[in-house]
Design a protein around this ligand. Sequence first.
Ligand code: FE2
Length: 257
Amino acid sequence: MIYHILAIGDVVGEQGLAHLSKSLRAVKKLKDVHFTVVNGENAAGTGILPRQVDQLYAAGADVVTLGNHTFRRQQIAGRLEEDPYLLRPANFTGRAPGRGWGVYDCGHIQIGVMNLIGRCGLDFHADNPFIAADRLLRGDAPRFTVVDFHAEATSEKLAMGYYLDGRVSALWGTHTHVPTADGQVLPKGTGYVSDLGMTGPIRSVLGIPPEQSVELFLGGVPGPYQVADGPCKMEGVLFSLDGESGRCVDVERIDIR
Ligand code: FE2
């Protein structure tokens, strides 16, 4: 049997949440999706509020992953401790609340979901994500393991893809909000893409109004963080996984506008 695992790129702001709520169920039905992982670390612009975690589940997310903005809204700390379906990067230090790995039911089989954060260009005092992945993959593995690697550098993401090739079923990048055209099955059977893209306003710079971003780069005062208005897109990747071998057999880009 082939299992379809849908990974959705960073949901940005209330605009992104609304578009996800409108679009995700139909895509899951159309593509016969068995399990959905959504990156939600920008649901509040930066960070995520507990009620927004609930909105992501209501929209159809099975597991929500996070990244560098995990603790920007500190109300999430308690929720991270008590909610096994909400993951923050596993290679945060041991002082961080929550967890970065979980095993979940996916039909008749189980799926492990791992959230990691990169260290190139992201200074969050994280442990080495490669070593963290090794540690988590020790012992009994579920049939499928998938990884959201929240990282800036495509080099670090690709290196992680090859490092975990054959040891996980799929690995995707998040954080840069721009979808990459390198969706592929790596030589030992891991489905891979460097970045899923994002779920949020089309006319924006990674979700924020272009004028605000330009002002920032001109060295002016960009003002408080805003999310751009206007039509939205929902970007992600659908990984088709073989239930016998655990390997990926197809990688398909999703873009719903
Ligand atoms: Fe991020």
